[in-house]
Write a protein of this length. Structure first.
Lengths: 69, 547
């Protein structure tokens, strides 16, 4: 039992460390694409028209998802 | 050591939930795909199934609405997600309470760190995650169903699972199967009562309850690797939407490991109840049927058949026997080996995490929290305080948005939840650029009126909300500059001139729907009282009063 606890604890610590390192690396290589209030796609007054934006579907509607490979 | 052993399993379950959800904790909303939470959600008729659309999110919307009167929406969202991700694996471990700590730990990890959890989390189907979390508890409660107290327990562990029709069916099916034929009358009664808030408005819905078969192909289970859909489903993945699949699921080694895990699980399933395993296999079969012409016919001709079209969700029934069987099988293999038992169980617990590390940390950044721009609160306040009647229509037409303020993430339009009035949102879904028609007759009527340039007031519309910074065009020309009463960076609100006519789109009758809600709520409340109050306490207190 002691070994099991030790093994699980080691795994958890290892995973946590790996997670932290990976997140740090991914954050550095691809900065957070979160909130973007400063450079919006097409809000009011952006000059690109207030009723259309970047577009993802053929007629400008947003795709729910992709079922392709 | 005893304390360590006691808290090891719940500790690991909590750690798993934390590792996945840590980026979300704090103030702010996680908005993507189907998950919409708002600061405070009003209790509108649609939340009870009294709207013009089919009751797909009933009674979940009503429950969230009531809870946001008590708790801010963003905190509620975090509590629900964390609760689901903790309770599921913990329940799986509790189901095997007579097994060793190591075996229970393997069960917890296999159930909690699964393809189903990852994909349903990334598509933000939080009610399905709640259902998934409840399944081990439901199976256990139904298996030990003997006394009224057990029945009350079954009701309470089923209640969070039945917030959507799919969840209700998953929970009811498992309870009926695990309860056995002798208790079938009881498990069926509980299922009928708890699910009444959605099935009553569904069968009384005056419009068609048939769905477009175009959705069957789009929403069928899909293979995530060279090994095809069956292997993906065996490993609890295979969701229709490729965009929400963790990259690790496409690794060519994963199918090999999944097949090995399945072999170990089959070994362990001999110790499980056969009906539960049978239901799991049935769930796999149902998931495989998705996308085939058979299901297309069902969806087109059988009322309510549309429930089957997102077919991967039925592998939730397979998840429990798979995870429990894998843990029991690993335990069996470990027991048979003279040396390295601990290492074997530890390796079995590591495997689910090792083959899908990108569930951690919100899927490597897939999940993030944002705040709504101030425009939303401003528009809400206008609609709350204005005497001008009528419902709202959200433009551009379309169910989904990609707002710049939310990192262009695909998200369901929050207008229907955020605004204090009924808001018509077009329920047409676009998958791979192809439109899958919706079922809401009123949304269809609004779409037609806009295309023909007719007055929306004829359809009970008094307001138009225009959402900016998201793809989409507005057909027709319904917007008049002098009717605009709010102009913000992200939202404009137009108050249409003249009083709107009452909308005549068919809705379910109120009385039976409210009765169904009251019955379901009373069932839950009575179960709480039954468990909280000592048995016979009311009788004793009344006799003492007489003395």
């Amino acid at each position: 039992m002691g070994k099991l606890v030790g093994a699980i604890a080691s795994v958890l610590v290892g995973l946590a460390l790996a997670t932290g390192v990976a997140v740090a690396v991914s954050s550095a290589s691809a900065p957070d694409k979160g909130v973007n209030l400063e450079d919006p796609a097409a809000p009011n007054g952006s000059g690109s028209g207030s009723l259309s934006g970047g577009g993802s579907g053929g007629d400008g509607t947003v795709n729910y998802g992709s079922s392709g490979p | 050591m005893g304390i360590t052993r006691r808290f090891l399993v719940p500790g690991v379950c909590a750690a798993m939930a934390l590792v996945v959800l840590a980026p979300l904790f704090g103030r702010g909303f996680t908005l993507a795909y189907d998950m919409v939470f708002v600061p405070r959600q009003d209790l509108l008729p649609a939340a009870l199934g009294l709207g013009t659309a089919l009751p797909r999110a009933v009674p979940g919307d009503a429950v969230v609405s009531l809870l946001t009167y008590l708790v801010p929406g963003d905190l509620l969202q975090q509590v629900l997600l964390a609760g689901a991700l903790f309770a599921g694996p913990f329940g799986a471990a509790r189901y095997l309470r007579d097994e060793t700590t190591g075996v229970r730990l393997v069960a917890a990890v296999a159930y909690g760190w699964s393809g189903f959890v990852a994909e349903r989390l990334f598509i933000r189907h939080w009610p399905y995650l709640l259902t998934y979390a409840c399944l081990p508890w439901i199976a256990r409660a139904a298996r030990t169903l003997r006394t009224p107290r057990d029945a009350a327990t079954l009701v309470l562990v089923s209640a969070p699972a039945v917030l959507t029709p799919t969840g209700g069916i998953l929970a009811a099916g498992l309870a009926m199967v695990c309860g056995g034929t002798r208790k079938l009358w009881l498990t069926t009664s509980i299922a009928v009562l708890l699910n009444a808030p959605w099935w009553v408005p569904a069968i009384l819905h005056p419009g068609s309850t048939l769905s477009d078969p175009a959705g069957v192909t789009a929403f069928g289970a899909r293979g995530e690797s060279w090994a095809g859909p069956l292997t993906s489903l065996l490993g609890l993945g295979g969701i229709w939407n490729a965009e929400v699949v963790p990259a690790s699921r496409t690794n060519p080694i994963v199918p090999v490991i999944v097949i090995a895990m399945t072999a170990i699980a089959v070994l362990g399933m001999r110790k499980l109840e056969k009906p539960m395993v049978g239901l799991g296999v049935a769930g796999l079969a149902l998931a495989l049927v998705g996308g085939t012409p058979v299901l297309g016919w069902v969806v087109e001709h059988v009322p309510g058949g549309g429930l089957l079209r997102d077919s991967q969700k039925w592998v939730a029934w397979w998840a429990l026997p798979f995870a429990l069987g894998f843990a029991l099988g690993a335990g069996k293999v470990a027991s048979a080996s003279r040396r390295g038992r601990t290492a074997l169980l530890a390796a079995a617990a590591i495997i689910p995490v090792a083959i899908m590390p990108d569930l951690a940390w919100g899927g490597w950044g897939r999940l993030a929290s944002v705040d709504y721009p101030q425009d939303w609160a401003a528009v809400r306040q206008i609609l709350e305080t204005s005497d001008h009647p009528g419902d709202v229509v959200a433009l551009p037409l379309g169910s989904f948005r990609q707002f710049a303020w939310n990192g262009d993430r695909t998200q369901y339009d929050p207008a229907a939840q955020y605004l204090p009035r009924t808001t018509v949102v077009d329920d047409t879904l676009v998958v791979d650029g192809r439109a899958v028609p919706g079922e809401d007759a009123r949304a269809a009527a609004v779409r037609k009126a806009l295309a023909e340039g007719r007055d929306l007031a004829e359809l009970g519309i008094g307001w138009i909300l225009v959402e900016h910074g998201t793809p989409g065009r507005i057909s027709g020309n319904p917007l008049k500059p002098d009717e605009r009463i709010y102009h913000g960076r992200w939202l404009d609100l137009y108050q249409l001139g003249g009083p709107p006519r009452p909308d005549e789109t068919g809705r379910p009758p109120k009385a039976p729907v409210i009765t169904a809600d009251v019955l379901a709520l009373a069932t839950v409340m009575l179960s709480v009282l039954w468990l909280v109050l000592p048995a016979g306490s009311l009788g004793r207190s009344s006799s003492r009063t007489r003395e």
